[in-house]
Design a protein around this ligand. Structure first.
Ligand code: GDD
Ligand code: MN
Length: 365
């Protein structure tokens, strides 16, 4: 039995794999770690599997799995988990964007007391060498979305990393069954894996040695579907729907308070000013009502610290949401969109802002 199984998914990496194997072997030999290299290839047309079978390592052994009727990075890694014999698993890409010299450091942290060690591009000293502006924006946007839909991403600065190490138990004792989809196996592990301590090691995401990235439009779409599935499985989607339902029920409170102040308390006699005051009262009544329900229902598992602070954050979320709603109504209508459509877009944007603000500031995971 080996200590570490290094799992490398490959698709058309004929030129890269031998370089990776050589550098990895050297690093592991130097650190005195016993390991196996598990290559999971999806029958690459460039003959990567053949190259993998012919690899000669000085300090470790090679295992090659070829999948003929399945494709996909995350499912390939899962396949690697199945055949791996090590006590510890390391997952990394074949194209040398993940420096093999970092692997011993990941393993060392596992041997200390970490259950999951993530090599991060965003922690101190971490960096990305070659990405253009668009790819950086996409990556940031994807990270923000993940934060909302998969709160377990809070454990790391780089939940999209494809370079990480874990104890075998993280997979074997997972809290929910793992359904790999798309590229982001780490998200799946963060959301469902069994772990206590997550650690991070910085690294510089280098240039691809040879060949090209397989990340395209399809991968991005799969990513969104993956996030939604994870949100559904872990209950986060329910939380969002509850949030929206509470908000909708608040309309009744808002209208009721408006009516009461305007008609029954006599604000009507003050004219426009009275109407504005009654409108504000209606808004505030619904904010308080929503807050109480979010405390008791939507975010009942996330009440931390001072209730006053939570309320002030929720108030800010509501004001921001309302302001955005109004801005969209006016902006889009004057840009030529029908006012009812503008308002509808405003409502959705406002809801999105209220939720993201609430879920990150008032009731953070
Ligand atoms: N078996 C198999 N099947 N392997 C695949 C497949 C597939 O369908 N698609 C890609 N791979 C392998 C590639 O051969 C490579 O070893 C690794 O998965 C990463 O693929 P790239 O195409 O190089 O991805 P990237 O550089 O754009 O993004 C990578 O790095 C990011 C940062 O760590 C991925 O690992 C991302 O998930 C990660 O966010
Ligand atoms: Mn790559």
């Amino acid at each position: 039995m080996v200590d570490v199984s290094v799992i490398v998914p490959t698709y058309n990496e004929r030129e890269n794999l031998p370089v990776l194997a050589k550098r990895l072997d050297k690093a592991m030999g130097k650190a005195g770690i016993s390991y196996e290299l598990v290559v999971v290839d999806d029958n690459s047309p460039d003959g990567t599997a053949e190259v993998a079978r012919n690899l000669k390592l000085e300090h470790g052994k090679v295992k090659v799995v070829v999948r003929k009727d399945e494709r996909g990075l995350a499912s390939a890694v899962m396949k690697g988990f199945e055949v791996a014999e090590g006590k510890y698993f390391v997952v990394m890409d074949a194209d040398l964007q993940h420096p093999p010299e970092v692997v011993p450091e990941l393993v060392k942290r596992l041997k200390e007391d970490c259950d999951l060690v993530i090599a991060s591009r965003y922690s101190k000293e971490g960096r990305i060498e070659e990405w253009n502006f668009v790819r950086k924006v996409i990556s940031k946007g994807a990270t923000i979305l993940a934060k909302l839909l998969v709160p377990a991403t809070k454990y790391t600065t780089d939940p999209m990393s494809g370079f990480f190490a874990l104890k075998r138990e993280v997979v074997e004792r997972a809290k929910l069954p793992l359904n790999p989809l798309g590229y982001k196996i780490l998200l799946e592990l963060l959301a469902k894996g069994s772990f206590e301590k997550v650690c991070e090691v910085p690294y510089v995401f280098g240039k691809r040695l040879a060949g090209e990235s397989k990340l395209g439009g399809r991968v991005m779409l799969e990513y969104l579907i993956h996030l939604m599935k994870l949100a559904k499985e872990t209950g986060e989607l329910n939380r969002m729907l509850t949030f929206a339902a509470v908000g909708a029920s608040g309309i009744v409170v808002n209208e009721g308070a408006l009516y009461a102040v305007y008609e029954l308390l006599g604000a009507k006699s003050l004219g426009a000013l009275g109407l504005a005051a009654a409108g504000l009262a209606g808004f505030e009544a619904s904010v308080v009502y929503n807050f109480l329900l979010h405390e008791r229902v939507t975010f009942k598992d996330r009440r931390k610290g001072s209730v006053v602070k939570r309320f002030l954050h929720y108030e800010a979320a509501s004001v921001l949401g309302a302001a955005a709603q109004l801005a969209f109504l006016l902006g889009l209508t004057y840009a030529g969109v029908h006012y009812l459509i503008s308002n509808l877009i405003g409502i959705v944007v406002g809801l999105g802002i209220r939720y993201s603000y609430s879920a990150t500031k008032a009731w953070p995971a």
